[in-house]
Design a protein around this ligand. Sequence first.
Ligand code: FES
Ligand code: FE2
Length: 391
Amino acid sequence: MKTEKQKADYNHIAAKLIEYVEQRSTDMADGQYQVASDSYLDEQRWRKEMDKIFKRLPVLVGASSELSEPGRYVTRDFAGVPLLITRLRDGSVRVMLNACAHRGMKVADGQGKCEKFACPYHAWLYGNDGSLQRVYGEATYGQVDKAAMSLTQLPVHEEAGLIFAVLTPGVEIDFKDFYGEMLDDLTSLGFQDWHYCGNRVIQGANWKIAYDGYLEGYHFAAAHPKTINERTHSNVMQFHAHGPHQMIGFPQRTIDKLREVPADELHQYENEGYDFVRALFPNTSIFVAPEITQIAQLIPGPTVGENTTILHFINRKAPETDEDKQANETMMDWLRDVVQVEDYDLGLKAQQGMASGAHKYITFGRNEKGNQYFHRWLEFYLGERDEKPVL
Ligand code: FES
Ligand SMILES: [Fe+2]
């Protein structure tokens, strides 16, 4: 259910999209914006981003539906940080460092269902809440203060069907404050009751080069002529911000039919005339579509010029038949291929161009307002600008 404020926001965004398509225009920033090419290439800048952003602010670590029942767990490497994510019997979620207190070994691998983890190195046994329960051969090893040697917990928050964590233990953060009204919007989608279809993993360039591609539709005609561009108008966007997070509206080719709809009802037509990309700062993009919803989780590294992206796919309902299942698999493969071939392969070439030293700066146009906003927020969190940006 949307709040009155949300309805008003959606109505406004949809009306603007209808108007822009008619006028062949788009939402625009006041001016262009330059970012040093080096900021995508420089290792020190990248380390600073890791330390001040990825290790200090909340990031999405997974979808609630990945851990659909107690006992489920998922392991994940996030920018060099090994994570173990578990669902306990009481329904709560833990995000822990996947590192044994004995000599650091990963106690779990892959994903699955089990309530205890035996470390593969010397068989110390942990509960899925991270508690150390048994030390193999304790009589010879010597006594262990088990309570002090559990797995290290990270700050975690689960809401709106998404799992957020901070990658540094002990950091005090107000998750609700950080996500603000974006959480209301995500809650209204109801992801907490959705089904996890699976994921696809792809590799690409520097995480910001990859992320920039999710924040504008300026590239649709040239880069996605036979795919996205057939469904969606190129270079028409409406940007809406909640703190550093953004909702970016894109008009479908069929948006004209919404001209008949009363202005105060337009909010009901997401995916039936317009779509949204919801961009959670700093590295998550959520694209809701009727066929399947894609949650792109961009994980920087291992070097400045690389990122691994996990494309998570969720759907309103679990597939009922083999055909439904197959349709999901086909859709996931198709979206993976589009993002890999039409976005990430381009990103790798763009990165080569930047690295050639051809241009000291890259320049975002007025139409690339979402990118401008994203880079300004990065600068804010890196301590390079004092004021919080406004859209
Ligand atoms: S490293 Fe885990 S038991 Fe030794
Ligand atoms: Fe794209």
